[in-house]
Design a protein around this ligand. Structure first.
Ligand SMILES: *Cc1c(COP(=O)(O)O)cnc(C)c1O
Length: 395
């Protein structure tokens, strides 16, 4: 066991040495030449990481992922608007609550914890009530480890004429995303998940159709959230000029540029850039699942809906919700359950971002989980699990 515990919760995550170095500088001025350059570069790189094109507008606000959710809804939903939420867990409930507070009429198509929702179920809901102006999806619901199929759900929403808002907070930068091709209108995330930074940036990319919805709003968003207030600021930075509305996060934004650059520079020999990042997360997710299976553990998500960025794992018979604390004593920090109706029946392990470039850290995690289970009076064969992980990595 190493002295520094390894952080394997589904955000915040371990960051790369280059990102760590980038955040360890004296606070830059928001009008310094170096900052302007990095901010402009980061905005452009966001388009590439999101699969957006030149007409899409990236947004970077100081705040956590929940702020990005608030911002998205405040710019596309007017009081009285119908909104359908594809609800796969805790964070889908959160966006429904944000819609309701904005005065929107949210209705959910809801899955049992661990189940995904497909396009047919969404189509049925779209026809069951007033046509919504917006459909909200949670790409990976961090409370259940379930990933939904964004392209088919977005297509169903488009058929009904709705805008598509995707909460990608536990997905973007790890799970496949091709915003322009999939017809996603707002794709949002937070810096501390798969993007690979410390907590503190609310990130989103906005389509031209979503922008037009903002222009048509009867009730403008809160000032700090308003896309129309921010857009000229981002445009100026991309053109190499400083501009001011509210002070940007001058320490985190240069680090964002570094983190996005690392994603876009990924190269595994077979593919490059985001394709290499996505396949790496798929391989590492599969290797983690091979480890859980070899430890005799069952997953919460139904087969085929498992996220690659985290695992939600059922506690075996006789093992209590103190398992994460026992794993922590073995040097790896994992998370407990989050979904309110089942929270004491499972635990969660994040495997996104920089750690996916370090297979030995993933192995260490599976071994710590095995040791924690054994400490909890549920002996398992840790060596067998390690072999299963290595075989999956080599395969
Ligand atoms: C973490 C998370 C959020 C909330 O982000 P905060 O940074 O904690 O505000 C929202 N949605 C999903 C899917 C998340 O994983």
């Amino acid at each position: 066991m190493s002295a520094t515990p390894l952080l394997m919760v589904p955000g915040p995550i371990e960051v790369s040495p280059a990102v760590l170095a980038a955040t360890s500088i004296a606070p830059p001025s928001h009008v310094s030449a170096a900052f302007i350059e990095r901010f402009g570069s980061a905005l452009g790189r966001m388009r590439a990481v999101w699969g957006a094109d030149a007409a899409h507008q990236p947004m970077v606000l100081a705040g956590s992922g929940t702020l990005a959710m608030e911002q998205a809804i405040a710019n596309v939903v007017d009081p009285g608007d119908a909104v359908v939420v594809v609800n796969t867990g805790y964070f889908s409930d959160r966006i429904a609550e944000i819609v309701t507070r904005r005065g929107g009429r949210a209705r959910s198509v809801r899955a049992e914890p661990g189940a995904a929702i497909g396009a047919d179920a969404l189509r049925a809901e779209l026809q069951a009530g007033p046509p919504p102006s917006v459909v909200c999806l949670t790409h990976v619901d961090t409370s259940t480890g379930v990933r939904v199929d964004v392209p088919s759900l977005a297509a169903a929403a488009k058929e009904a004429g709705a805008l598509v808002v995707v909460d990608g907070v536990c997905a973007t930068g790890g799970e496949r995303l091709d915003m322009a091709a999939w017809g996603v209108d707002v794709a949002l995330t937070a810096s501390q998940k798969a993007i690979g930074l410390p907590v503190g940036l609310a990130l989103s990319v906005v389509s031209p159709a979503a922008w037009r919805a903002r222009e048509r709003l009867r009730m403008p968003p809160a000032l700090y959230l308003d896309w129309m207030v921010w857009q000229p600021i981002f445009e100026a930075y991309e053109a190499g000029r400083p501009s001011y509305f509210a002070t940007p996060a001058t320490t985190l934004i240069p680090a964002l540029d570094v983190a996005l650059g690392e994603l876009l520079d990924a190269d595994d020999g077979a593919s490059r850039g985001m394709e290499a990042v996505f396949t790496r997360h798929e391989r590492m997710g599969a290797a983690m699942r091979a480890g859980w299976a070899a430890l005799g553990l069952d997953l919460l998500p139904e087969a085929g809906a498992e996220a690659n960025t985290l695992s939600a794992i059922r506690l075996p018979e006789g093992v209590g919700p103190d398992l994460p604390a026992r794993i922590g004593k073995r040097g790896v920090i994992v998370a407990g359950g989050l979904h309110p109706s089942i929270r004491h029946t499972y635990f969660r392990v994040g495997h996104m971002g920089w750690v996916t470039t370090q297979p030995e850290l993933l192995l260490r995690t599976v071994e710590a989980v095995g040791a924690g289970l054994t400490d909890a009076g549920h002996p398992v064969d840790v060596g067998f699990a390690a072999i299963a992980v290595e075989a999956a990595l080599d395969g």
